[in-house]
Design a protein around this ligand. Sequence first.
Ligand code: F6R
Length: 246
Amino acid sequence: MRVIRARDYKDMSRKTANLISAQIILKPNAVLGLATGSTPIGIYRQLVDWYQKGDIDFSDSVSVNLDEYCGLSANHPESYHYFMQKYFFSHINIQPQHTFLPNGMEKNTQKECTRYSMLIRSLGGIDLLLLGLGHNGHIGFNEPSDHFSADVHVVTLTESTIQANKRFFGSADDVPRQAYTMGIRTILQAKRIVMAVSGKEKAFIVREAFLGKITPAIPASILQLHPDVWLVGDAEALSEIPEGTL
Ligand code: F6R
């Protein structure tokens, strides 16, 4: 585990973008695992900026997203397909056929889970997986539970996640109740994991996840077992991680 301390959201975004950029420079055809949510927006903006300046080239890169809501089509403004286009893919030269997300419109959820798991395997696994951290310790849509779910699966969202995500929808009633997500094994199989955190409301859960005990009640705590995790956070989010403890 490596901790990278940033001053604020902008600095955290730049430092995380630097890690992603380094990955692409070292391996232009890298497979990037990508997240949505509010935290990575600044990271994608920074990468787009560097792309526009000619400093980074995504033409050989591949992306696989962590998750997608069940029942939302790619052109629904709150789907993760739409998010990725809006903030990232439409601004860079990644080839559309190299970008992958679960298909929220597939009615046969088991078939879709198998397809997405096999797809990730066929790409040779994920070189760098970008993660955010939910307030309840979720990663992807792996919600607190009494067990860890291994492969790509469908989850029923917890009330706290529905409440956290309703800001993006008209109301809590409009938030889909289920989502596809990479499972914990899919996540742990990524060669490198970069978790980005920002803001003081994340400080408590960052401490629980990285200094607390490893438990499916805080899914992110399993990352303590991964050999190559980089936690990039601003001063507020890392305020409960004393210097030198990780
Ligand atoms: C998004 C995802 C989620 C978010 C998490 C944090 O693809 O998988 O686990 O990373 O909910 O969201 P923000 O960044 O909005 O606090």
